[in-house]
Design a protein. Structure first.
Length: 195
């Protein structure tokens, strides 16, 4: 195994029907004049529980063990993809996202277990509260306040019905490769929840 570091994160992978729904949603919101909006490829949208950064390959086994331990006693649960929002807000958006509802408290508890379990492996604990969301788009750094406002208004006035339910049955350690055509994701390890 090479010693090159791997850019990685721990995430819940989305079922294909949810990705298809997000693809339709993006298509409704895409306008040619908003060239400053960088849309995330639906295949690359995950529910990230912990971003790990660049890790040495030999740490994969230890990280997988933490994921296994953190998943003990957690049974499969249901989430719902719903409502659109933006960070910091829709008046001056930088990041456009869809929110997550359903058994979120179960997911937050799981995320905290993972966070605590990874601390001994020298991964810093999260300082910000965990807000589960799926990133749909990012606005380019150089775009003006007017561009941001214009895009936010478009989103706010687009009538969108978002409601996709899905069962969470496992967790994946993902690898992200930044290639010229965009990021390519592959699974390094996975843990299944036992019902």
């Amino acid at each position: 195994m090479s010693n090159e570091h791997i850019r990685s994160f721990i995430a819940i992978e989305l079922p294909e029907e949810v990705r298809a729904g997000l693809r339709r949603l993006q298509a409704e919101l895409k306008l040619p004049q908003h060239s400053f909006v960088k849309w995330v490829a639906p295949g690359g949208i995950h529910l990230t529980l912990k971003f790990l950064g660049n890790i040495p390959p030999q740490k994969i086994t230890e990280i997988s063990r933490v994921m296994e331990q953190a998943s003990q006693g957690i049974s499969p649960f249901q989430l719902e993809v719903t409502e659109i929002g933006a960070f910091p807000n829709l008046r001056q958006p930088r990041v456009l996202w869809v929110g997550i509802r359903g058994e979120v408290d179960k997911m937050v508890a799981w995320q905290q277990r993972i966070d605590i379990g990874l601390a001994p492996l020298a991964f810093a604990k999260e300082t910000r509260p965990f807000t589960p969301h799926l990133t749909l788009a990012r606005l380019r750094e150089g775009c003006s306040a007017r561009d941001r406002r214009d895009f936010g208004e478009t989103v706010a006035k687009t009538p969108i019905e978002v409601s996709y339910n899905f069962n969470v049955i496992g967790l994946s350690l993902m690898k992200s490769q930044l290639l010229p055509g965009g990021a390519v994701y592959s699974r390094l390890a996975e843990v299944q929840l036992k019902s």
